[in-house]
Design a protein around this ligand. Sequence first.
Ligand code: DC
Length: 229
Amino acid sequence: MSKRLVVAIDGPAGAGKSTLARRIADKLGILYIDSGAMYRAIGLWALRSGISLEDAQRLEQLAQQAHIELLPQGGRVLLNGEDVTEAIRTPEVSEAASKASAVPGVRRAMVEQQRRMAREASVVMEGRDIGTVVFPDADVKIYLDADAAERARRRMAEAEARGGRPDALQMQREIDERDARDRSRSTAPLMQAPDAVYLDSTGLSISEVEQEVLRIIRERTSNGKELQA
Ligand code: DC
């Protein structure tokens, strides 16, 4: 008998969620969903259309109208048919996404889409509220953390790999601000689900974290059932 598997990975910016989630999904041959990319797409659309990030009503309308596709091949992100994979990774969009994601109506629209994406398939989904709100019944919940300086270093390296020339202090400030906003918002704040496994990736290699998460998944699913990809 096969069973759908839902693996939820939450944590602050730069903890290594995306890399980990992608590798776990690859290993298990199941779908990877980057829920942050969806909030980023909304942030990008708001910036482009000149909608104020304080205007909850218009942001909610925008989120309801947005057609967001996460293509499994190559992790491309489409917004209303346009490939916005690179456009959503700028510092301006990071901030806009964090602000837009604090709007309850925006979250409602995204959570509905996220649940729809996982209805038919096994998934690894990463974000801030996956284990607490989107899938409170997820089979495996991981809260991935790392110390603030390490997280800023990783984001710097990512920005440099994209050809940027980030300023270390500014990067640290932006991450701190964004995490504070994501943790303190009233709807679905970033927090560890009571039944999530806490993992601190500071000083660990990605393969060490991956091995540990695969071990947890095996432990939780070792009841003889096969995965349905
Ligand atoms: O993971 P990320 O940095 O790409 O996410 C972008 C923003 O979206 C981040 O500031 C927090 C928000 N977000 C959220 O509120 N809930 C999620 N499930 C995923 C991301």
